[in-house]
Design a protein around this ligand. Sequence first.
Ligand code: AKB
Length: 319
Amino acid sequence: MEKILITGALGQLGTELVPALQKKYGAENIIVTDIHRPESNDFGGIFEVLDVLDKSALLSLHKKYKITQIYHLAAVLSAKAESTPALAWHINMDGLMNVLEAAHEQGIKKIYWPSSIGVFGPDTPKDNTPQNTFKNPNTIYGVTKVAGEKLCAYYNEKFGLDIRSLRYPGLIGYKAMPGGGTTDYAVEIYHEALKSGSYTCPLSENAMLPMMYMPDAVRATLELMEVDRERLTVNSSYNVAGVSFTPDMVAESIRKIIPGFTITYKPDFRDTIAASWPNSIDDSVARRDWNWKVAYHLDDITKDMISHLREIQRAEKVM
Ligand code: AKB
């Protein structure tokens, strides 16, 4: 039986990945961890406080639960990382090194680690960015993701760890707010559309970025983790495409449901980060190797986000 430990589980991705893993493997086999205890344990099941920088705590959890897989999600995202580069390096790299070393020492063979479109930089081809191309990011986040990909490939080749990874685009979901990312606007905009009917966007109106709806991101992650290793031709991280859009296009999509919605633009440093990232992603290798296929496009995302956020608003009013 698998025993799966998830780090950084209270973040945007973990909040949706944990229930999916609990459903698949049973809540008693999923060890949900984060640096802080949640206010309420909405996940049910097992929760442990874990700072990924504390390798001995990681080893103690292995002793306690006999971990067979780790989903290592704890990381500092792109926008926040720019204001704390040393901390971002420490958490993103030393945290990953601790997980890989613990896995290697304790015989934990299977690891999931999220990479990002942040590995790409200003000299990368912007449209249909290929799987293999220049990876010269000009953000500290991107530097940690490129180094992380190399580190994972090294542990894979040298020690036979089965490490799998996706280069996520911006992730959009209604269950948790993202924190510290460049693509966070694409979640905030839906919340503000319902709260106030208007949004001030930190990216410029034509900032085209690759994005993905959370059900697609969770499915992509589980599909990649389930496929036979022999089918994988990439031992660093896979490009996965969802949908590409600009803030202007999301605003237009929202107006199909909330006609009076308005958007204004106040681009800041996040716009510069966005300008260094791809417009769209070529994920043909993922489609070939493990049959990846996106399900949600922009209007599907808008419809689903608004309907779920409305439900949440209604429930909050009743309480
Ligand atoms: C961010 O904006 O930092 C993340 C990412 C694309 O990796 N959402």
